[in-house]
Design a protein around this ligand. Sequence first.
Ligand code: FAD
Length: 497
Amino acid sequence: MNVKNENTKRKYRVVIIGAGAAGLSAANSLIKNGLDDFVILEARNRIGGRINSIELGSQKVEMGANWIHGVLGNPIFEFAMSHGLVDILQTPQHRRVVALSEDGKQVSFEVLQEIYEAYLVFLRRCEEYFLAEYVPPDNIFSVGQHIQLEIDLYLKSISNDKDKHLREMIFKCLLKRECCITGCHSMDEIDLLELGSYTELQGGNIILPSGYSSILTPLRNNLPQEAIILNCPVKTIKWKKKKTVITSPSGLNQIPEEIEDSDGNNSESGNAKGSSCVQGQLDSRVQIVCETNEEFFADHVICTIPLGVLKESPNLFDPPLPDYKQESIQNLLYGTVNKIFLQFDRPFLNQDISEILLLWNDDVQSKESTEEQIKNFWYRKIYSFSKISETFLLGWISGKEAEYMETLDDKIVSDKCTELLKKFLKDPCIPAPIKCIRTTWKSQTYSRGIYYSTVHGAYLSGRSAAQVIYTPESPQEIVMVNDSSDLSSWIQGIQLE
Ligand SMILES: Cc1cc2nc3c(=O)[nH]c(=O)nc-3n(C[C@H](O)[C@H](O)[C@H](O)COP(=O)(O)OP(=O)(O)OC[C@H]3O[C@@H](n4cnc5c(N)ncnc54)[C@H](O)[C@@H]3O)c2cc1C
């Protein structure tokens, strides 16, 4: 891998920006189809992007992607299988989830199951608005609003206040969990009419025993050594709007004209009325300028920069992207979810338990939480701690609270988690973690948030972007890729069994 760029070559047929799943997939697809005149420019000093497995003690932990979501029709599963990365004999781990209230009381399994099943039905009903094109009730626009409506109706039927409150706490916990799965601050941000457009691939969630990053090795090994340049953040992509040559039927009056779009859509061809239009590229070169001021030239660019980074880089493209693309970039949701890993020097949780759900008495989380509330109560957004091993716990947190958590010291986060564990397990002897590591996806310059889709979504979009280039039809100068081509499966990401 080219860590310090000693490559003197500056002109390529294709420049790929980003060496995450999408960029590596695009490169593999180009190579497979006989096109090797390309380079990948990667800002970080490693490949993989949001796939990043690290060693913590003797434990492999996933800072980013964790599961291959689904088996049937999943190209990542097929790729992992073909490289021997999946343990087909993997026996499903025993899972026992317990829900605890603030005073350490455990909710009966029956109640937990009752609420979980009701909640799943509420969620499925939200999907129906897309699948069956139902019209939502008046003033209900989001998944959060719809689920709340169903929760209110459900709770109305329970007369005992204590029973009602207990069930309400479980619903709130499940909604926080849903925010982690969906990657948002509140389910009020999720469009009710679109939820059902997610499709799940069958086959459950698969873990790669050697870590998700093990998938990067074969993806990398298929490429020439010099094809990836690390530490090479791209600052500007200077591209030319496509020129059209308008030709009259007689072949006279050739008028070069600029069209609006980078990919030929929405092109205005007013002048061409009544004449046949031959579209050709007079000069399709793209100039890519890096933070280091190095420059690269290409006929085509495949840009896999994450949505969060695109949102914060209004000057990345020169000239700017067409309005409709800019609008999409601004309007698509790209939230924050973080993981908190706690390492202990001894096991303390009952061997039988795989996860503890935290039920708060008076939960103050809402879409409208003030800055003060987020600062004072950020930790209430941690919906559970699950066991990775006997001495490792993992907490999940989403939204503005997750962003706030990124600003805190490891020690503050570690102390707060210890306090929560002591409180909910009603055990003052819970040890302090010997290590606390958390992800900071929002503050990271080259991610600026978490996810929009899946690894297999990114892999497929990288592949189809490459296809546009090596297929004979008139290609685009800039192919925008984000992990959006397949919004599938993830919805069941974190399973409660
Ligand atoms: C915490 C977390 C958990 C997840 N869990 C799962 C899961 O269980 N299953 C699943 O399928 N998906 C999961 N995902 C989503 C999945 O990781 C992503 O959808 C996928 O990895 C995105 O790949 P990508 O190539 O599109 O983007 P990225 O992996 O982000 O790659 C983009 C690359 O571009 C580089 N880059 C950025 N800016 C520049 C620049 N200016 N110049 C040059 N390079 C630049 C970045 O450094 C990065 O390497 C998770 C994501 C996160 C963050």
